[in-house]
Write a protein that binds this ligand. Structure first.
Ligand SMILES: O=C(O)CCC(=O)C(=O)O
Length: 296
């Protein structure tokens, strides 16, 4: 497959989503107050073994995604033929991959998201799966996720569930407190590291970040651990070679204050046809509100 993002299958495949949401239950898992405070303060926290029982089904789901990328939505390859390894990601597949669907509808992710965001509601934005194969030595460029997305708001979280053991050298690093910096950084292409074209002059370039400064949050993770981070928190990796494949399955969550935002440049996912105007609530028929559980 060519490097880059290739729209493939239509992700909006479920017609009776409301019914499905109403007929499923997402469990409550209480987070310690200190964990929520740490997330609010640092913009990132690790939850150890929060999703252990999900590692196997999510790995099966990701295998479907990896083996037949074109059968699913937005597969993306970030390694060209003259580079070693494979860096694959794909998003908006929760309606297409049964294991991902079960995770969003029945795992504690929604309850965890609501608590971390300090939000009454948790609305699913999308899922995003990643796989870096052995031999890949491509850095994930430093970036934060908010400007890639057609939304504005401060109550957001990605819950990035590790599916493999990942040592400190090749794990995702975060710049602690960067979600509170007030800047919005120009999105960058994962394959080239170059900035996307964007007419929005309020966006600034990501500054040089010292990978080893004391403000860096980096943790070795095991399968079932979750890295939870605000959409505004800067993150990236070094180019240390991947010695054993490292996969992760992430879900992206929106809280009470999030609204649609018409961006001036390309967004990723490219959700250009939502029929919304800046300031509108994100459509619950496409982005279901999964917390609170309606019939509890
Ligand atoms: O796994 C990676 O290298 C990148 C993850 C990432 O950028 C994200 O989850 O937003």
């Amino acid at each position: 497959m060519a490097v880059g993002n290739n729209p493939a299958a239509q992700w909006r495949s479920i017609q009776n989503l409301e019914e499905l949401v109403a007929s499923t239950v997402r469990p409550w898992t209480e987070l310690p107050t200190e964990t929520v405070q740490k997330f609010q303060n640092d913009g990132v926290v690790v939850l150890r073994q929060a999703f252990t029982e999900w590692v196997e089904p999510l790995s099966v789901g990701l295998d479907r995604n990896l083996e037949n990328p074109q059968a699913f939505a937005f597969p993306c390859e970030s390694i060209s033929e003259d580079e070693a390894g494979r860096f694959f990601d794909s998003y908006c597949n929760w309606q297409l991959i049964p294991e991902y669907l079960r995770f969003v509808l029945t795992s504690p992710a929604a309850a965890i998201a609501a608590q971390l965001m300090v939000s009454d509601t948790a609305q699913l934005f999308h899922d995003h799966a990643f796989s870096k194969e052995q031999g890949t030595s491509k850095a994930t460029p430093w970036h934060h996720d908010l400007p890639y997305y057609c939304i504005a708001g401060t109550q957001t979280v990605s819950i990035y569930v590790a599916l493999d053991n990942t040592p400190i050298e090749t794990g995702v690093r975060f710049l602690k407190g960067s979600h509170r910096g007030g800047e919005t950084y120009r999105p960058r292409d994962f394959a080239s590291g170059a900035e996307y074209e964007n007419a929005d002059n309020s966006l600034v370039s990501v500054p040089d970040i010292d990978d080893h400064s004391e403000n860096i949050f980096i943790e070795a993770v095991e399968p079932g651990d979750a890295l939870c981070f605000d959409f505004r928190t800067l993150h990236g990796t070094t180019s240390a070679p991947i010695e054993k494949r490292r996969r992760a399955f992430s879900t992206r969550w929106l809280g009470d204050d999030v609204r649609y935002l018409e961006r001036q440049g390309e967004t990723s996912p490219p959700l250009n046809d939502l029929g919304l105007q800046s300031g509108d609530v994100m459509r619950p028929d496409l982005f279901p509100v999964l917390w609170p559980v309606s019939h509890e």
